[in-house]
Design a protein around this ligand. Structure first.
Ligand SMILES: [Zn+2]
Length: 82
């Protein structure tokens, strides 16, 4: 006799399914995403360059930024409030 164990649907941890403001794809949570709030470094660079160019729009030649050894755009180091 087979007793079917009743498996209650596992409640998934609340994942805030947010998306990248640049490519509108799902982005990884901040904890595992250095480029947060973007999905990747590439989108981060796109955003940055958009701002620098003064025309904030989604560039369609994003590929330019892809796997170039672009200088790492590091955000300002965290300031320590004491
Ligand atoms: Zn993105």
């Amino acid at each position: 006799m087979k007793k079917k164990a009743r498996v209650s649907p596992r409640l998934q941890p609340k994942t805030t399914r947010s998306m990248c403001p640049i490519c509108k794809k799902a982005r990884a949570p901040r904890a595992e995403n250095k480029a947060f709030p973007f999905c990747s470094n590439r989108c981060q660079m796109v955003d940055l360059s958009n701002w620098l160019d003064g025309n904030y729009k989604i560039a369609d030649d994003v590929g330019e930024f892809s796997d170039r050894s672009a200088p790492q755009a590091q955000p300002d180091p965290p300031t320590f409030d004491e």
